[in-house]
Design a protein around this ligand. Structure first.
Ligand code: URP
Ligand code: ZN
Ligand code: ZN
Ligand code: ZN
Length: 493
């Protein structure tokens, strides 16, 4: 075998195994895993460092208008560069339909922008905000066939939110066509009502964002949407879980056998409500939805990652600059409701979990790989092309220096945000060399590839959907009567 690249002497970690080996790469794929492989056109000596599957960050916002109508600060170039420096080889941002848009046009637009700028591979989820006939019957089925097999729905944000009826429509469509529904679960009326009362009383500081977006607003909406998914027996994924009581609800439903998956993010492990309560307007730097909560909730999120009730750890990178009117609007209206919701995190996601999760003994190295890479690829239909180190898989590798001590500062990061909520935090371990489809993307602190060299990844059937189909025998009465039974298309009812 004539290798294009050999990564030699690595301590290889996948979600299931740890072993010493060389990895031989041909045409962007892993062609051999063994000791003592012959020299390739190029050799990289991992020198006993960890060699892991490149990170897959399945929740980030890039060149996207937010629920409040604000454009985020990173484009596909800066976002993918930042992701790569943080050890990732795949990102999964959203193509966001706004109420007046056709999904077909939205996708065309995101594809055009991403293909020209990305330096690592990417796939898309669609945010669905308008379920007209065309969207339901034409555009979404077509998008799913073209490899966009996950749909995000919002229960809050006036510009985005769907009601329960529309969520049932989305679940039914996903069930028929083979897609996974991701949900932003917060009770919109609770947030709006509390926000109105706080505003009437002149309570406008950033910390009131966290009061309006209270934990039980998240728990209630989660319980409701989980119930909708159980009524149809259609899988669902709750994104950015922050509240301990929400996790209790998720765990209970999972124990009852619900096809329920859930994600948490760095902001819920490493920040708290005390950060958003910083003096003056400084707290706006920590404003996201749901907001960071207390230490008890942080502990619960760790517990969820350790036990597996939370199977995904994503950044929810939603970048807004401090020096522009995005994060903190200047002028007349400067209340907590005008702050952009969202935090940057693509580049620090893996180092933070490695340091606080793996090094502190909360997670094994294999669990670290599962939570940062493998589970994302499985959940969204990219496995085994992505998310593992195996013969035939894409050669997406990160060589990780487990001893490098880094104090996180904004200067170090490659995104287009002018602050980091993790400023001053000390971590141990960082990505050294990042390889995507056999291309060395990052090495010696430098970017080694050009813009536009990342590729679009069509996603296959999400594993939660495949599992639900396999386990759902026989179909319930409701599924039969509403036309969701397997092979329903072949029956006259
Ligand atoms: O505050 C957040 N999380 N902003 C990003 C959009 C979202 O809801 O995920
Ligand atoms: Zn969300
Ligand atoms: Zn519940
Ligand atoms: Zn998000």
């Amino acid at each position: 075998l004539d290798f294009d690249l050999v990564v030699r002497n690595g301590k290889v970690a996948t979600a299931s195994d740890t072993y010493r080996a060389d990895i031989g790469i041909i045409d962007g794929r892993i062609a051999a895993i063994a000791n003592g492989l012959p020299t390739g056109k190029r050799d990289i000596d991992a020198g006993g460092r960890w060699v892991m599957p490149g990170g897959v960050d399945s929740h980030c916002h890039v060149e996207q208008l937010s629920g409040m109508g604000l454009m985020c600060a990173d484009d596909f170039y800066s976002a993918t560069v930042s992701a790569a420096f943080g050890g990732n080889t795949t990102i999964m941002p959203f193509a966001a339909q706004h109420r007046e848009d056709r999904v077909r046009d939205v996708l065309e637009d995101y594809h055009a922008r991403a293909v020209e700028k990305s330096v690592i591979d990417y796939a898309f989820h669609v945010i669905v905000t308008n379920l007209d006939e065309q969207t339901l019957n034409e555009d979404l089925p077509q998008a799913i066939r073209q490899g966009i097999t996950s749909l995000k729905v919002f229960m809050t944000y006036e510009r985005m939110k769907l009601d329960d009826y529309q969520i049932l429509d989305t679940l039914a469509l996903a069930d028929r066509e083979g897609a996974l529904v991701m949900v932003h679960a917060e009770n919109n009326d609770v947030i709006r009502w509390l926000g109105d009362r706080l505003t009437e009383r002149g309570l406008q500081a950033p910390k009131y964002h966290a009061i309006a977006h209270c934990g039980l607003a998240e728990t209630e909406a989660t319980h409701r949407v989980v119930t909708l998914s159980r009524i149809l027996e259609t899988p669902i994924l709750i994104v950015h879980v922050s509240e301990a009581e929400t996790l209790d609800c998720i765990r209970q439903a999972q124990q009852k056998g619900a096809a329920l998956y859930a994600e948490t993010c760095p902001q819920y492990l490493f920040l708290t409500a005390a950060d958003i309560d910083k003096p003056g307007v400084e707290g706006a730097k920590f404003c996201c939805s749901p907001p960071p909560r207390d230490e008890r909730c942080q502990g619960a999120m760790w517990q969820g990652l350790m036990e597996g009730s939370l199977s995904l750890y994503s950044s929810d990178h939603a970048p807004y600059r401090w020096d522009e009117t995005g994060k903190l609007p200047k002028g007349e209206k400067t209340g907590f409701r005008e702050m952009a919701n969202g935090l940057p995190g693509l580049e620090v996601r893996m180092p933070l979990l490695f340091s606080e999760g793996y090094r502190k003994g909360r997670l094994t190295i294999n669990e670290f790989v599962a939570l940062t890479s493998t589970n994302h690829a499985r959940t969204y239909g990219l496995y085994p092309r992505k998310g593992t180190i195996a013969v035939g898989s894409d050669a997406d590798l990160v060589i990780w220096d487990e001893a490098r001590e880094v104090t996180i500062t904004n200067d170090l990061l490659h995104d287009n945000v002018d602050y980091t909520p993790y400023e001053g935090m000390k971590v141990t371990g960082w990505a050294d060399t990042v390889i995507n489809r056999g291309r060395v993307v990052v090495e010696n602190g430098e970017l080694k590839v050009d813009r536009g060299t990342g590729e679009f990844l069509p996603c296959g059937l999400p594993e939660p959907v495949a599992k639900a189909r396999a386990n759902r025998e026989p179909d319930t009465l409701i599924r039969k009567l509403v036309g969701l039974s397997s092979g329903a298309q072949n029956h006259d009812a």
